[in-house]
Design a binder for this molecule. Structure first.
Ligand SMILES: [Cu+2]
Length: 343
């Protein structure tokens, strides 16, 4: 099954710690299986012991209460309980040691020649900045992180508002985003694929819809993608798109959103410069296509209640010219023609 038209993307394993796609996630996965095996074994032994006790009923003489158990029997029972207790303790200590070792392995994964990406958590979406010493070579996108296969990625994690947590289980463990504090997270993808991630720290109403995609692709494909992201938005190619750009710039949209190459430079919402190239809208909440884009612009509040983009629906319903901020049918159509082509 493919989703978002991408053959690499299958929901079943797209967000799973048991489908590791890189060395860090593989360490975590191995540790998970160790815990699973030990716990399963313990469960099986306990259940077997329980059935043994159920079906080996005591002899009639045993039904008499033991007022004075033989000291020898008591001692041997004491040994059995003591040994089982000690074995349990040793196993738990072993698992703790395994947890430390896993953590250590993740920490020690240093980033030689890493690709630096800033990820900034917002209620309820992810800002993604590709860092470059040359300002014109920086690129900004949202909710979709492209990475080259085989190269270490060094994420710098920041928060714009409350505590979020970055979690892409196919690639590595969780890392919190804490306001006023930068955290780092290094990972590497060893195979191509589209993986889903999720905010893993409750951050308010739409926390559950604060997802993202990590798109791991061959280095040349990644380089081409990044080059495209650096470019300004396409210029309107026909009258409808020109009208769409005017609508975008004259309405409230430009206050919050940036479209590189235009005057729109709002910083509190996803960069829309290459919107049409993304697979999802609203933090992996909706597949990105013309009908979801229209639905989102008209009424984001019904799709993701409480999110920080106002609805623009009244005048669309009435079909008339609303006050600024509201959209009529024609303007909406032009806007869709423009935004839907920002590849
Ligand atoms: Cu959250």
């Amino acid at each position: 099954m493919s989703l978002f038209g991408d053959p690499h993307f299958a929901w079943r394993n797209a967000q799973s710690a048991l489908n590791s796609a890189g060395p860090q996630a593989a360490r975590i996965e191995a540790y998970w299986w160790l815990i699973f095996a030990v716990s399963a074994l313990a469960l099986i032994l306990v259940v077997l012991a329980m059935f043994y006790a159920l079906f080996h009923s005591r002899r009639r003489s045993d039904l008499e209460p033991e007022f004075r158990p033989s000291p020898k029997l008591e001692r041997s029972r004491g040994w059995v309980v003591g040994i089982l207790g000690a074995v349990t303790g040793v196993i738990l200590l072993g698992l703790i040691a395994g947890s430390f070792a896993t953590d250590q392995a993740l920490e020690s994964f240093t980033a030689q020649d890493a690709l630096s990406i800033d990820v900034i958590g917002h209620q309820w979406w992810w800002e993604v900045q590709y860092i470059d010493p040359v300002p014109s070579r920086r690129a900004s996108t949202a909710n979709e992180i492209h990475v080259p296969v085989g190269r270490t990625v060094a994420l710098t994690l920041k928060s714009h508002d409350v505590i979020h947590s970055f979690w892409a289980p196919n690639l590595t463990g969780k890392q919190d985003l804490i306001p006023g504090h930068e955290a780092t997270l290094n990972f590497r993808a060893d195979r191509a694929g589209v993986f889903r991630g999720q905010c893993a720290e409750f951050c308010g109403y739409q926390h559950a819809y604060m997802g993202f995609l990590v798109v791991a692709e061959p280095p040349d494909q990644f380089a081409a993608w990044l080059e495209k992201q650096r470019a300004p938005a396409m210029t309107p190619a026909n009258p409808s798109q020109r009208r769409g750009q005017e609508v975008f710039l004259s309405r409230d949209c430009a206050l919050c959103h940036t479209i590189q190459g235009t005057e729109a430079s709002g910083k509190t919402a996803p960069d829309l410069t290459h919107l049409a190239g993304r697979k999802t809208l609203a933090a992996a909440t909706l597949a990105n296509n013309p009908s979801t884009l229209a639905a989102w612009i008209v009424d984001p509040q019904s799709l993701k209640p409480g999110n920080h983009m106002p609805s623009h629906l009244q005048s669309v319903r009435l079909g008339g010219d609303g006050p600024s901020g509201l959209l009529n049918q024609e303007d909406l159509q032009a806007l869709l023609d423009y935004l839907g082509n920002l590849e």
